[in-house]
Design a protein around this ligand. Structure first.
Ligand SMILES: Nc1ncnc2c1ncn2[C@@H]1O[C@H](COP(=O)(O)OP(=O)(O)OP(=O)(O)O)[C@@H](O)[C@H]1O
Length: 308
């Protein structure tokens, strides 16, 4: 399947000399919810801003719906709706005027029926004549989304959609994003909240210091989450595992002093008894053992941890 966004070897270094993005390769599939997860300053906003044509790329290429963002900027941009991190509140105009104006900016013919349905879907129809400054914070966010969708884009970017939003509003936002996906909109959201990625995303990408360090189906990631680990602290270090013990779920760590066994905690037979027996047969003794469960949070923290 043709990706709806294709990013190849994208680099960006700001004038300050700071390398914000390094050799990014990423494809976004049509109709998916993709969560880009990363700590402050990782490069999330820079990446979105380049795709949306707000920041110039350094080198590499980006296509949106097959259109190159530089050579074919207008065609590429018209496919995108962007809800930026910073919310700008145009004070005095009405909700209706704001969404009509946004649609016009993209050169689209007026379509009141489409805009009415959009405002209804976003539970804003009864506020259409209200001036934006009169609305609550949650409604203002929804107005930003309505504006972003006013020109019928196929792709919606949500940069930190629920930053500083209370739990109830966050859940409403998630509900709304799912409805948009049902309508066929591809959604890319950035977030600091692991819970949000876990709840919403079809796929998760993790970015750290300008590099994409993981892209994975959420379900696959969650299956890995169900894994438990048994760590055996060995009495004598091993330089390598005997052939009978070389397998994917067993790893030597800590200069050979630790043996880590990963297993599925849901299974009745965890394989621990058999493992301990094999260790005994090979004369591998341990002085201590501990078991632990990894969470998405653990995976994320260990991935983004600054090891330098
Ligand atoms: N206009 C700019 N000029 C110079 N450096 C910049 C500029 N914009 C961003 N940066 C730097 O590039 C890096 C990536 O910033 P970016 O805003 O993309 O990160 P982010 O992942 O969106 O962070 P946050 O989660 O805090 O929004 C940061 O180190 C930032 O200081």
């Amino acid at each position: 399947m043709q990706p709806v966004i294709s990013i190849q070897q994208l680099n960006k270094t700001y004038a300050s000399g700071h390398p914000a993005l390094k050799s990014i390769d990423l494809d976004i599939h049509k109709g998916e919810i993709f969560a880009l997860l990363g700590p402050n300053g990782a490069g999330k906003t820079t990446l979105i801003s380049i795709i949306c044509g707000i920041v110039n790329p350094g080198s590499g290429s980006v296509t949106v719906g097959g259109h190159d963002i530089l050579r074919d900027y207008r065609a590429a941009r018209s496919k995108i709706g962007l809800v930026p991190q910073e919310l700008f509140n145009e004070g005095f105009e009405s909700v209706w005027a704001a969404v009509r104006f946004s649609r016009g900016l993209f050169g689209k013919a007026p379509d009141n029926a489409y805009l009415e349905q959009l405002l209804r879907d976003l539970s804003l129809w009864d506020k259409k004549d209200a001036r934006i400054f009169e609305l609550s914070g949650g409604m203002k966010r929804r107005v930003m989304i309505a504006k972003a969708l006013s020109h019928e884009p196929e792709i919606l970017f949500l940069d930190e959609p629920t930053a500083g939003v209370d739990v109830e509003l966050r859940r409403n936002m998630w509900e709304m994003v799912r409805k948009l996906r049902e309508r066929g909109v591809t959604i890319i959201l950035t977030t600091h909240y692991i819970e949000e990625a876990e709840e919403m995303a079809d796929r998760i990408g993790v970015i750290r210091k300008g590099e994409i360090i993981l892209v994975q189906d959420k379900d696959t990631l969650m299956r890995q989450l169900g894994k438990k680990q048994l760590t055996l602290h060995l009495q004598q270090p091993l330089s390598e595992l005997p052939p009978a013990l070389r397998r994917d779920d067993l790893q030597l760590r800590d200069d050979g002093f630790e043996l880590v066994y990963s297993f599925d905690g849901q299974q009745e037979d965890t394989g621990i008894a058999a493992l301990l027996q094999t260790l005994a047969q090979h004369g591998i003794a341990f002085k201590d053992l501990q078991s632990s469960e990894s969470s998405l949070e653990d995976i994320f923290v260990s991935l983004v941890r600054d090891r330098t």
